[in-house]
Design a protein around this ligand. Structure first.
Ligand code: PMP
Length: 419
């Protein structure tokens, strides 16, 4: 039903239903795993800002730090100036994230969004190697700007560019064919055979779990094979951890479980902690070929984000408690989804850490399930090439009873739609 509010949004906000989110509510406040609309109705949030709210809405620890910073007139807009907030963040990245993992990366602030991080990564790889093309994967999603979109494997998103995008070479993601290493034999042949017409690429860009692409999981051995294929040929490996980083799959970096060390890592979404815009690109020191000013931007120095990012890293990642609890909660979700899938024909499930998908043979059912779940107080969205997957991304800090509550709503919604 059209309400006065939706008319305002539909009339004035261009492209308002452009993403798959069409929840007919006007949200006002949010806390933890909950959103409240202007009529006082509460919704459990299994969408969590598409992975930007791993620590929940208005996380109290981060909120206190932010309020203290603002109350003390801390610098808010810092361009690329050195600030105390930035120094503290860089020290914490070094001491909490990199050093304990034996990682040696330089840190770049590429601009506020995930797409900014991807653009910087693609530019850097091309500049380092002097090569042009990039390999990316079927079902990949890397962002909406021209470079990021050119390595995105989604026809609908690509159509937003209006005309054909510049060149990127798509490769089959893990499981695209038969889930064996046959994919690699083909890839290696194409790369090494001069008759294939493929120039040696600058980089391969990959998500370890494709979030927008339908919760597709790359196996550890597949990722290791990819990493060695790249290093044997001097191709840089970019892991896009914008959605799957910051603990979504368990460890802070999603590639840790595979034991690989990418040349370049992109982070955004939950790296700022509080849902405020921020992104990072991490890259090996020997690849620091930027000259000053070659990749900058007005909002690279969002200091309030630096504050919440630093406190989030210190608070949640100086030990492995969050990682462990994500593992336990993930098993809880997997078990519940398995029960749902067993009870309803034409549904399967897959996931890792706290990203899970319910996969529907009949794609139209996935959207209906999200709609019914919304009516019953749960926010979840679809993903995948045909929107055939209900994707679940609850905050990592969600309580067990909240998780169970949301899973019950989801199970009931599936029953309603599929029986
Ligand atoms: N990379 C990945 C893996 C993503 O999931 C996204 C956003 N869904 C992006 C890049 C782009 O991030 P942003 O929307 O902040 O530009």
């Amino acid at each position: 039903m059209i309400t006065p509010e939706t008319t305002i949004f539909d009339d004035l906000e261009s492209n308002v239903r452009g993403y798959c989110r069409s929840w007919p509510a006007v949200f006002e406040t949010a806390q933890g795993a909950w959103l409240r609309d202007e009529n006082g109705r509460d919704f459990l949030d299994f969408f969590a800002g598409a992975g930007a709210l791993n620590y929940g809405h208005n996380n109290p620890v981060l909120k206190t730090a932010l309020i203290d910073y603002l109350t003390g007139d801390g610098v808010t807009h810092g361009l690329d100036m050195s600030t105390v907030a930035k120094r503290k963040l860089l020290e914490t990245v070094r001491d909490t994230l990199l050093a304990p993992r034996g990682l040696d990366y330089k840190v770049q602030f590429p601009g506020p969004t995930g797409a900014n991080a991807v653009e910087a990564a693609l530019k850097l790889a091309r500049k380092v190697t002097g090569r042009q093309s990039i390999l990316s994967f079927t079902n990949a999603f890397h962002g909406m700007t021209l470079g990021a979109l050119s390595v995105t494997g989604n026809a609908m998103k690509r159509a937003g560019a209006g005309v054909p995008l510049h060149h990127a070479t798509p490769m089959p993601y893990d499981g695209y064919f038969d889930g064996t290493t046959a994919d690699f034999q083909w890839m290696e042949r194409v790369l090494d055979d001069s008759s294939s017409g493929l120039d040696r690429p600058a980089a391969v860009i990959v998500e370890t779990v494709q979030g927008e692409g339908g919760v597709n999981l790359a196996r550890a051995e597949w990722l290791r094979h990819l990493a060695s294929l790249c290093s044997a040929r001097g191709i840089l490996l970019i892991v896009d951890d914008v959605q799957m980083g910051c603990g979504r799959t368990g460890p802070f970096f999603s590639f840790e479980a595979a034991g690989i060390t990418p040349d370049i890592v992109t982070l955004s979404k939950s790296i700022g902690g509080y849902g405020l815009p921020m992104a990072l690109v991490l890259f090996k020191p020997e690849h620091d070929v930027w000259s000053p000013g070659e990749h900058n931007g007005t909002f690279r120095g969002n200091n309030p984000s630096f504050v919440t990012a630093q406190v989030a890293l210190e608070h949640y990642w100086s030990d492995d408690v969050l990682e462990k609890s994500t593992g336990t909660k993930g098993k809880r979700v997997a078990a519940a989804l398995n029960d749902i899938a067993v009870a309803a024909p034409g549904i399967s499930t897959r996931g890792r850490g706290l990203v899970h998908g319910l996969v529907f043979d009949d794609a139209s059912q996935a959207g209906k399930v999200c709609q019914v779940a919304f009516e019953r107080g749960l926010l979840a969205e679809t993903s995948g090439a045909s929107d055939e997957v209900v994707k679940l991304l609850p905050p990592l800090t969600i309580a067990d009873d909240e998780l169970d509550h949301g899973l019950r709503i989801l199970g009931d919604a599936v029953e309603t739609v599929c029986s």
